[in-house]
Design a protein around this ligand. Sequence first.
Ligand SMILES: Cc1cc2nc3c(=O)[nH]c(=O)nc-3n(C[C@H](O)[C@H](O)[C@H](O)COP(=O)(O)O)c2cc1C
Ligand SMILES: [Fe+2]
Ligand SMILES: [Fe+2]
Length: 396
Amino acid sequence: MTAEKVEIVKDVYWVGAIDWMLRDFHGLWTPNGGTYNAYLIIDEKVTLIDTVSANFTEELLDRIRTIIDPAKIDYIICQHVEPDHSSTYEDMIKAAPNAKIITSEKGAEFLKLHYPGVEFPLEIVEDGASLSLGKRSLTFVKIPMVHWPETMISYMPEEQLVFSNDAFGMQIASPYRFADQVHDWYEPLRAYYSYIVRFHAKAVLSAFKKVEGIPIKIICPSHGPIWRKDLDKIMEIYHRWSSSPEKENAIVVYSTIWKSTKKMAYAIREGIASVGVPAEIYNLEEEPLSRVQGAAMEAKAVVVGAMTYNLDPYYPTAAFMPYLKHLRPENKIGAAFGSYGWSGGATRVLTEELKEYKFGEVLDPLDVRFRPSEEDLKRCFEYGQEIGRKVKAAFA
Ligand SMILES: Cc1cc2nc3c(=O)[nH]c(=O)nc-3n(C[C@H](O)[C@H](O)[C@H](O)COP(=O)(O)O)c2cc1C
Ligand SMILES: [Fe+2]
Ligand SMILES: [Fe+2]
């Protein structure tokens, strides 16, 4: 029994699903659960914007039923084919037998590849096309590669409201539907952006250009709360993250077996902090890697540590490296450190990777043989100071 009704503006409702137990959203750590947002517009043409993940079909239909009989739906707008939004379609066309699925040409192609053999009642719309619903209308704007090639968003000019799909989304389960009611949305938004969107930053900037000058009062994303206040702030954050997200800070990440590399990490962090640059430490064996990625996105310097394990960086650090690559770290300072016993190898590999990922600057690595002596820890501290000074200089 689902009875909660959320009206955003007159006759536009949130009818999504809340996944209170979600802890991992295709690799993104979601400690606070998540939502799949769908929106129902009641007009001469009853319209559903996106749907939910298939295991929440009943929740979606229940919410719709509190407003209208699902059989009365005329249009289902498919903005993005990823299964968290489309895997209910087979059930939805049964519940709404008169509905047409409106999507882009690429959307139609992707639907066929996801649900082979299913005859969807498709109607393809061009970029910029407008669809009258009666009193209101929708204009479709393609935003390719934010974050899939078929992605489009829908704008309702009469309400200055945009259905932004995954853009401006985050994963958080909450009894509240609006961002101004939710505390602490910054980290979930950052985690979502860094894991799903940052790789496509250029496409985000192109999308911003495309909608420049269009008045927007409300943003309804497909995950997380709805934005209706301080839109300048969220736009500014998205712009910053899509251009240069780095702040005047650093993170030190490491993995270790016998704790020598940990000691190095702590000494390096002290060195960075000693010159007045805030620095955080993450143990990659204990943290969800996507959480660390969020912090790394906003760090000017990323200092990666690993003990040498069979000539290589120990697994947790090795596994973390691609998360840095996908952040497009051209404006970052990178450095590698670690403890080894005889051949070494970890820091050599890490340094090569940082260079290959096109970090703006890569320092020579810092190695310690077995357990760090007092003298070694002093070298670590000074290494941290050097990194801290470079961060400061970048913002001077
Ligand atoms: C399973 C294993 C494999 C290792 N392989 C190498 C290696 O290939 N080359 C090397 O120089 N040291 C190797 N070592 C030695 C460690 O790098 C060394 O003990 C280091 O001080 C451990 O750092 P930690 O205290 O941060 O774990 C290995 C150690 C272990 C436990
Ligand atoms: Fe998506
Ligand atoms: Fe999504």
